[in-house]
Design a protein around this ligand. Structure first.
Ligand SMILES: [Zn+2]
Length: 495
């Protein structure tokens, strides 16, 4: 290397998606005119990073090197965005300039991520958890991350993680083997994410059929649409559903939390399947994902759990149509400029709507003053392809005052027990469908004109009912209940 040129490299990650690519940060300081560049497909916050880094380095009591500073982010073909490169670039500049001892960074590959403030403090960044996941796969054994991101490191036992809250602390950590102080990760002491609070099904008055439909939906992860007048308990029941979802695997929890990490840094591993309920004013980008850099939307934050859309027809048609891809493929693909990113979006859709614009609808038609045309235009906001992807259609009637006097329905704990038993059964082996039941299904499908998708959905619901009722073989009774929940309900909404 030419005399006077100083070089250092270290490891970071681009927090763009679930499979965050690891990035090598190279620093070259050359004598001459002070010109500073960041190269290697750097966008947005990365391009401006040298301004923050210069201020932070000076604030930490070091001189910013004289001469030309070039930062290269490799590989050059992956896009880098966000502020996570601040800390590795700052450490790299100080190390190349021989201002600090960075032997810990030279000994072993260390993942370094963090945003710098002008005052030298290290701020949390998005996407630390997916970066750690990737580092583990690539056999990186150490990581240096912002203090506020620390909870995200807890699930990774095989990687030593140090967390820092200022550039000075980071400098102290990288001085050598002895100075690298990994935080203790004791899952036993870790409280995990706080348990979300859901209402109990015991609070629901009447509505036995609807409660059973929701329990079946939770068991088989079927999409469900509840239609009924305001005040009948649709929203309450949907929220109750959040509390009775079957448990999930560690792998799925990790994948889901990684998606959350791209939006909100510093989360613990999610202990329960997520329940997301965006307001109907949510933008298509908020629902499906978007922004700059591209970030997951509600459909991905609901990955592995429930996406609850209350007042379904009030959502924008672009948002609703955008649901078709993730409901079909369990993944959502976003593009912005030349950047394309896919995020998993395996959610269970739970939706609720009024039967007509005034809400009093067909169930209490005498009170409804909506014209037939207005009613049809309201219902037509939900397209047939979207309706076709909804497995269970529940008509929720207004609460009968007599029901209020009856004892309350089953509580959430009892439902959760039945759901867990049935979900385990379905996960091991799906119940066999009896020939008579299969024939009945074929007959019904031709008389009702069910699509192939609807037919396979009815078949799956029948298996769920069979498992939920603790029976061994799917018989006609299960199929007819499944058709009532799916096929005919669908027609009732469409016609
Ligand atoms: Zn009406």
């Amino acid at each position: 290397m030419k005399k006077g040129i100083r070089y250092f490299k270290l490891l970071s990650a681009s927090p763009t998606g679930l499979r965050s690519p690891l990035v090598t940060v190279e620093i070259v300081i050359a004598p001459g005119i002070p010109r500073h560049h960041v190269v290697g497909l750097a966008h947005g916050a990365v391009k401006e990073s040298l301004v923050r880094i210069r201020a932070a380095i000076q604030r930490a009591g070091f001189d910013f090197p004289r001469g030309a500073v070039t930062v290269n982010l490799a590989p050059a073909d992956t896009r880098k965005d966000g502020s996570a490169f601040d800390l590795p670039i700052a450490l790299g500049i100080l190390a190349a300039d021989k201002k600090i001892d960075a032997s810990a960074l030279a000994e072993k590959p260390v993942l370094v991520m963090g945003e710098l403030s002008l005052d030298g403090s290290v701020r949390p960044v998005a996407g630390v958890m997916p970066a750690l996941l990737r580092s583990v796969e690539q056999h990186v054994v150490r990581a240096l991350i912002p203090k506020a991101n620390e909870p995200e490191a807890v699930p990774f036992a095989s990687i030593d993680v140090a967390s820092v809250s200022s550039l000075q602390e980071a400098v102290d950590q990288v001085g050598g083997n002895a100075s690298f102080k990994a935080v203790k990760k004791e899952p036993a002491c870790d409280r995990g994410a706080p348990e979300p609070c859901y209402p109990d099904f015991a609070m629901v008055v009447g509505q036995r059929d609807a409660v059973r439909s929701l329990a079946l939906a939770a068991t088989g992860r079927h999409n469900v649409l509840m239609t009924g007048p305001p005040g009948c308990g649709k929203t309450l029941m949907a929220r109750c559903l959040g509390g009775i979802l079957p448990p999930w695997t560690k792998e799925l929890a990790l994948e889901a939390t990684c998606l959350h990490s791209l939006r909100s840094p510093g989360l613990h591993l999610l202990a329960h399947r997520p329940f997301r309920s965006p307001h109907h004013s949510v933008s298509p980008a908020g629902l499906l994902g978007g922004g700059n850099p591209l970030r997951p939307g509600e459909v991905s934050l609901a990955h592995g759990g429930v996406l609850f859309l209350d007042e379904l027809p009030e959502f924008s048609s672009r948002a609703l149509e955008g649901l078709r891809e993730p409901m079909q493929d369990r993944v959502v693909t976003l593009s912005r400029a030349r950047h394309v990113e896919s995020f998993p979006a395996d959610f269970q859709l739970v939706a609720a709507m009024n039967p007509c614009p005034c809400g009093l609808g067909s169930l209490t038609r005498n009170e409804c003053r909506c014209s037939e045309r207005r009613r049809r235009s309201y219902l037509s906001r939900i397209s047939n392809p979207l309706l076709d992807r909804i497995d269970i259609h529940v008509m929720v009637p207004a609460v009968d005052p007599v029901d209020c006097l009856q004892s309350s329905s089953t509580d959430s704990a009892a439902l959760a027990t039945s759901i867990l038993r049935a979900a385990n059964r379905l996960a091991n082996e799906k119940p066999r469908i009896h020939e008579d039941a299969e024939r009945a299904l074929t007959r019904a499908s031709s008389s009702l004109g069910l699509s192939m998708r609807a037919m396979s959905s009815v078949r799956r619901i029948a298996q769920t009912i069979c498992a939920y009722d603790q029976e061994d073989v799917v018989v006609k009774r299960h199929v007819s209940e499944a058709i009532r929940l799916g096929g005919q309900g669908r027609r009732a909404v469409v016609d």
